[in-house]
Design a protein around this ligand. Structure first.
Ligand code: 76U
Length: 469
């Protein structure tokens, strides 16, 4: 048997070289099935290595099933089928189209609606809360969390949203999850497969895609001044409606009480009707108080409330939740009896202390002031630069607003120019779930300001101006 032992190489131990050498001989067919291997002693002599090294090598081969042993007779090669390989194209290499290019954001400026500002995040306080979580929840951290997430955390969130959002619920009704998209997926498993779903158009394409991939009949429904159109919902024969009443995504409109009541009454007029209220950024209101949730008006347990900490804390933390009405909670418990909660418990217990100690409320309050300033400055600068070429949907809420630009250019041209000028922008194309609502000579952008430093506002507006001119 030919095995090359390199004693100078300190990368691999001798036993590993013996193991590799014999394995290679077996896989290449140079050692045949049931062939006897040399005894440990004789191989050790032949290779001039210790018996121990041969012994370790043989043990590893034995453990992986390359060889077998018969007592007092020695070691033999297992009967191993040759590994089939079709073609030789991408033997060791990942095909080019699957390669990931590390994104280089040097020199870029962003008007993304998806990021929040990390520079004001109170990491010190957060880490203190994490320390407390480690101290107080040792047992919980060493176990798998209850499928809806730890009770204490749900209890804390429950109290908070009762206070800030008027949500009527008990901790039992809350399901924690790492992202609302996943929670929507979980929720929709509980809803009858022949359901028809209405979503806002323009709207949140990630939910729309999720619902379509789950094979639901999904209808984008257009908006009027009050929000999603009731007549269109009725025409689609939908029984589930997804809405963002606090701050329509992405147009920013706040749904007035009249439409809220119409929606709630619609659920009472038929069977198995539900409203999914996506309350993704309601914590940011600049000239008014918080507006109570739609769920708070629901008398018939028809609203599923969805909340997230992506906007108030950081999207990277991945903490979201939903509040299920009792009938769906019962379904949930049955359907997900074997489900393992997938959120990081340490982060959840940290959040629990962060809220309890008042840090969360303080942070949201601080960010409200900060974001309000940024919003005002950006809008003022945009108006100054674009004059009457821009129309802004100026609703003092949320972390983004919609702006319409007068231009002859197409969406594609604008997006390509922004790319060239290293400006991250998102156009209405991302949110139009059904095409063809393009106004002529006008481009609409969703402009996010949460992660825009004040000192960069002038430069951002200047770049945007060059994108259009
Ligand atoms: C979320 C809407 C409409 C929910 C949102 C967001 O999973 O809790 C937007 C885009 O972090 P999660 O999502 C909360 N409903 O806009 C937050 N925005 C998304 C994540 F940043 C992305 O894809 O256009």
């Amino acid at each position: 048997m030919f095995i090359l032992i390199d004693k100078q190489r300190n990368m691999n131990f001798i036993y590993q070289q013996i193991y590799e050498g014999i394995k290679d001989n077996i896989l290449k067919g140079r050692l045949k099935a049931n062939e006897k291997l040399p005894s440990k002693r004789s191989l050790a002599e032949q290779l001039n290595v210790s018996i121990n090294s041969v012994s370790f090598g043989y043990e590893q081969l034995l453990a992986e099933g390359y060889i077998y042993t018969i007592e007092r007779k020695g070691y033999f090669v297992e009967n191993i089928t040759e590994i089939l390989q079709r073609g030789n194209l991408f033997k060791d290499k990942l095909p080019e189209d699957l390669k990931e290019d590390p994104v280089n954001r040097d020199g870029w400026l962003s008007l993304s609606h998806m990021a929040s500002d990390i520079s004001f995040f109170p990491f010190k306080e957060w880490m203190k809360c994490q320390e407390r979580a480690v101290q107080s929840y040792k047992r919980e951290l060493s176990e798998i969390a209850y499928s809806q997430g730890p009770y204490e955390v749900r209890d804390t969130i429950c109290h908070m949203i009762a206070l800030t959002r008027g949500v009527n619920c008990e901790p039992e009704q809350i399901v924690l999850g790492a992202g609302t998209q996943l929670l929507v997926g979980q929720l929709m498993e509980l809803i009858s497969k022949d359901s028809v779903i209405a979503v806002e158009n323009p709207g949140y394409s990630r939910f729309y895609q999720t619902l379509k991939k789950m094979n639901f009949a999904v209808h984008p429904v257009s908006l009027d001044d009050h929000g999603i159109k009731m007549a269109e919902i009725k025409a689609t024969k939908a029984n589930v409606v997804f809405v963002t009443p606090s701050h329509q995504f992405p147009t920013g409109k706040i749904m007035p009480i009249s439409r809220r009541i119409e929606l709630l009454n619609w659920t009472a007029e038929g069977d198995n009707r539900y409203i999914v209220e996506d309350d993704y950024d309601s914590e940011f209101k600049y000239e008014t108080d918080n507006i109570p949730s739609l769920q708070s008006l629901d008398r018939n347990h028809r609203v599923i409330y969805m909340g997230t900490f992506s906007k108030t804390l950081l999207p990277g933390l991945r903490i979201s939740y939903m509040v299920l009405p009792p009938d769906l909670l019962r379904e949930y418990r049955e359907y997900y009896a074997n489900f393992m909660q997938y959120s990081n418990s340490l982060i959840l217990f940290t959040l629990h202390y962060f809220i309890e100690g008042g840090e969360y409320a303080r942070h949201v309050k601080k960010m409200n002031h900060l974001y309000e300033r940024r919003r005002k400055l950006l809008i003022a600068d945009l108006r100054r630069r674009f004059q009457d070429e821009i129309k802004i949907e100026d609703v003092p809420a949320g972390l983004h607003f919609l702006a319409h630009f007068q231009t002859e250019k197409s969406y594609r041209e604008i997006e390509e120019r922004a790319l060239q000028l290293k400006l991250e922008i998102y156009s209405m194309r991302r949110f139009m779930l059904k095409k063809n609502v393009n106004k002529e000579n006008s481009i609409s952008l969703v402009l996010g300001f949460a992660n825009l430093k004040e000192e960069n506002i002038t430069e951002v507006v200047e770049r945007l101006y060059f994108v259009f001119h």
